[in-house]
Ligand binder design. Structure first.
Ligand SMILES: Cc1ncc(COP(=O)(O)O)c(C=O)c1O
Length: 368
């Protein structure tokens, strides 16, 4: 879709990357690291100590979680590698993994790579809330792991504290491991993110995953992390050893500084995205889209049926020519129940306000 956006001169609201880089002081720190020879050669296998300490401090500062930077924090090539390494480390062929559908695309691939079986817990419009009775009913003797994502891409659903506690209870009752993809932990618009690891009884069974790309708007740097008990993290590290071994040396120094940015950085990031969400929700609604307002992430899911459209795939393929805008048909994230996403389209709103306004102005041809 990004290639199609470039070829047609369309406004690209498909792929989720910000069109403004993160703080320039942090970019300068990365440049300084390169010039000073920091991280230009293989960094330590678990990540540089400064970054592991910064991740541990971040978990303490925002969530009151205590992790030992030497044994309980692992730096990865983005959240993507942390998730891949965790799933490959913790799953055996034949294990079942329950995950929210629609799925972030790498989950489907990683579960298949591990030889495991994915079991969907489908999030349905309008609220996209997980049905926790259904979750429990899907657990079998083969269920090994829950793969959670909140704030959730693509729906923007953010689990409540009560839901998080209920999931924790289920994990304990059925002795399950949990991998939590918290890439959008700071991108919430009201309801704060509650890490599952903060719930009593969870620390020993959760691998929590974060993303500097999402939190600091440097998606190309591919710096992420996993936190968990020494046993879990050592299993993830052993797998990571043979995926990338290490990555992003100089960027690790910059991310260590970024994590220590004052609270204002984090609140401004969320406030900026909230304003963009409101702009897009109102604009898309006015054009005639059904809008499912997200509580987090930088994606907004819409329903095109009020526009008289029935097939989001066809709609999105034609959209660059019809309106000069690129968006993603949500059916691509519904691997098991594509019919649930048939009329849904996802727009990314991590773009400058003028870009979003231009997209809305172009999309207004659909409503006329
Ligand atoms: C839910 C989710 N997890 C993980 C990632 C990837 O994060 P990273 O770029 O840090 O690998 C993304 C990126 O879009 C995402 O949406």
């Amino acid at each position: 879709m990004s290639a199609r956006a470039a070829a047609t001169g369309s406004v690209n609201l498909g792929q989720g990357f910000p069109d403004v880089d993160g703080p320039s002081a942090i970019a300068e720190r990365a440049a300084a690291a390169v010039l000073a020879g920091q991280g230009n050669q293989y960094p330590p296998a678990t990540g540089i100590p400064e970054l592991r300490q910064a991740v541990a401090r971040h978990q303490q500062r925002f969530y009151g979680l205590d992790y030992d930077p030497d044994t309980e924090v692992l730096i990865t090539a983005g959240a993507t590698e942390a998730i891949a390494a965790a799933l490959l480390a913790l799953l055996e062929p034949g294990d079942e993994v329950i995950a929210f559908e629609p799925y972030y695309d790498s989950y489907v691939a990683n579960i298949a790579m591990a030889g495991a079986t994915r079991v969907p817990l489908t999030l349905r419009a309008p609220g996209f809330r997980p049905d926790l009775a259904e979750l429990e009913s899907k657990i079998t003797g083969k269920t090994r792991l829950l793969l959670l994502n909140s704030p959730h891409n693509p729906t923007g659903m953010v689990l409540t504290r009560a839901e998080t506690e209920a999931i924790a209870r289920i994990a304990v009752d059925h002795d399950l491991l949990v991998v939590t993809d918290e890439a959008y932990e700071h991108l919430t618009f009201g309801r704060p993110h509650v890490p599952l690891a903060t719930i009593e009884g969870m620390r020993g069974r959760v691998v929590s995953v974060g993303s500097a790309g999402k939190t600091f708007s440097f998606t190309g740097w591919k710096v992420g992390w996993a936190t968990g008990t020494p046993d879990l993290i050592s299993a993830v590290r052993t797998t990571k050893q043979f995926l990338t071994f290490v990555s992003s040396g100089p960027f690790q120094y910059a991310v260590a500084e970024a994590l220590a940015l004052p609270d204002a950085y984090y609140t401004d990031l969320a406030a900026d995205l909230r304003a963009k969400r409101d702009l897009m929700s109102a604009g898309l609604r006015e054009i005639g889209f059904g809008v499912y307002q997200p509580d987090g992430t930088y994606f907004i899911t819409t329903d095109i049926s009020p526009l008289g459209e029935q097939d989001a795939m066809e709609f999105c393929l034609a959209l660059p020519d019809r309106a000069g805008v690129v968006a993603i048909p949500s059916a691509v994230f519904y691997d098991d129940h594509p019919a649930d996403g048939r009329t849904m389209v996802r727009f990314a709103f991590c773009k400058r306000q003028e870009v979003l306004k231009e997209a809305l102005s172009r999309l207004s041809v659909l409503g006329s």
